[in-house]
Design a protein around this ligand. Sequence first.
Ligand code: DGY
Length: 328
Amino acid sequence: MTRKNILVFRELPDDQLARLQAAHEVTVANPRIDAQRASFDAALPLAHGLIGSSFPIDDALLARAPLLEVVSSVSVGVDNYALAALHARDILLCHTPGVLDETVADTVFALLMATSRRVVELSNLVREGRWTKNIGEDLFGFDVHGKTLGLLGFGRIGQAIARRASLGFGMPVLYHTRRPVDLAAQAPELQGRALFTARDELLARADFVVAMLPLSDSTRDMIDASVFDAMKSGAIFINGGRGATVREDALLAALESGRLRAAGLDVFATEPLPDESPLRTHPRVTPLPHIGSATHETRHAMAELATTNLLRALAGERPLAVYDTASA
Ligand code: DGY
């Protein structure tokens, strides 16, 4: 088989890099790192395949890659990619659905628990030597079990969150998506447990509103002041999807007004979160550095799937997970 040129634009585990190197010529260059930028720029015009994540593969970048046949993202989200340009040039876009669902659901549940039981705040109280008497009501949390969970977005990850909530914590689960999910086919264990609900009814009833929305033109800024205003007073908001689906100014206003009790955020409009963002230090925000899928096992599984996708595409075989760029 002809050896082609692959540009790896974010670190890959050694075993996956070795799979690529066995079949093709490989350049590893992360354009986010100044010292590697020139090497990235030199390899791009010759690249038949790109693999990596967390870097915008936009129109301008694609214009510098005339030989490109496939982009393999080590992520399920595809918001970093110029979908229309990829489609117009017939460049395959592969991604990694399926292998990260349970891990991201674990992260979201960690945020539910941390915000409602004030885990970080109270742990800091101990660490900082401020645990000098039994804690009083002012530091009590709120129960998670039995509370109502409202999910905005109900794909595979949303369903994994719903399973934890319903089967593990006895929580009624409401979800809102463009159309109801066929639970009998996709998640039979959630039949009768997760209910398709009109958005405003969900917002009015949920104790926890969890956003698991992909980022697209139709979801950008979707969670705005009108959404926070429609939430039950004292609700907790969690975002495990994409930061730019939320108007962060509206989120802060909802925290300040007391409409929201707390927020748990794994994603932000700008990442890494800028120093000056009030969300970084807000006392009722639990921020995480986009760790949804960041476990050793899952990040390896994602890298392995992305590598397989790329190798198959370059060999003229059908990759295991292709994103339909025509649907954008
Ligand atoms: C993804 O795969 O899109 C996740 O956000 C990475 O954690």
